[in-house]
Ligand binder design. Structure first.
Ligand code: C5P
Length: 231
């Protein structure tokens, strides 16, 4: 994946153990190919060129740890562990394997394979600047409705106060550790766990290239982003 040595002060946890059911048949999502390479390889390559990054811990599907090690190659600073039954469990497994010397920890979904290094730097820099928890966000373009069990509209949420949340999400290590230790139920992101603890979560601008590759059309969009990219 990378020839350079990781030298930064930040550990990045990469949950990559999802099945990818919404992407259709074809195995674990992080191992699906985009432009001839698995999504995970795209993700790890972009992380590894971000100057802040000093360690990458990938949580792979439990049966694919060796295959993922082979895929990523023997790169100093890259560790692969078995993921868990939920995203949260996969992040917890990766956190347990992160070198304790890193005081800043980012969590980045392998599914956001094209998140640019600049976004990693933006999030890491905000945590380094003193914020306990930082998430990249984008404005919401759709009108959002709340519905009941029958699918009937209950209300319209003012989208001006809503944000769509991406990864990497950045944390002071002690904050992320405490958030996971205190977790009682499943959250779809790590900031949600920090919020439960009463930690102030700050936002920085996200990046459209960091889209979550979830459904088949997302692969087409990602391919188009790659085709138009200069890097
Ligand atoms: O499930 P979702 O699409 O929200 O997954 C977001 C990220 O979490 C993906 O990168 C996926 O591989 C990862 N994940 C995981 N372990 C699971 C489920 C999802 O690492 N058990």
């Amino acid at each position: 994946v990378t020839a350079q040595t990781l030298r930064g002060d930040v550990a990045v946890l990469v949950p990559a153990a999802g099945a990818g059911v919404r992407l259709g048949p074809g195995g674990p999502k992080a191992l699906r190919e985009l432009a001839g390479e698995p999504l995970l390889v795209h993700a790890v390559r972009r992380l590894s060129v971000a100057p802040s990054v000093g360690q990458i811990v990938v949580a792979a599907p439990a049966g694919d740890v060796e295959a993922v090690c082979a895929l990523l190659g023997p790169v100093a600073g890259v560790t692969v562990v078995a993921g868990g039954a939920s995203r949260q469990a996969s992040v917890a497994a990766a956190l347990a394997a992160a070198d304790p010397g890193f005081g800043i920890v980012l969590v980045h979904d392998a599914a956001r394979a094209l998140a640019p290094p600049e976004l990693v730097e933006r999030v890491a820099g905000a945590v380094r600047g003193g914020l306990p928890a930082v998430i990249p966000v984008l404005p919401v373009v759709d009108t959002i409705k709340q519905v009941d069990d029958a699918g009937r509209v209950v209300g319209t949420v003012d989208r001006a106060v809503l944000r769509a949340v991406q990864t990497p999400q950045g944390f002071r290590r002690d904050v992320l550790t405490a958030a996971h230790a205190a977790a009682v139920d499943e959250h779809t992101d790590d900031a949600g766990l920090a919020e439960k603890l009463g930690v102030a979560v700050h936002t920085v601008p996200g990046d459209e290239a960091a889209l979550k590759i979830t459904r088949p059309l997302d692969l087409t969009i990602a391919a188009a982003i790659l085709g138009s990219a200069t890097s």
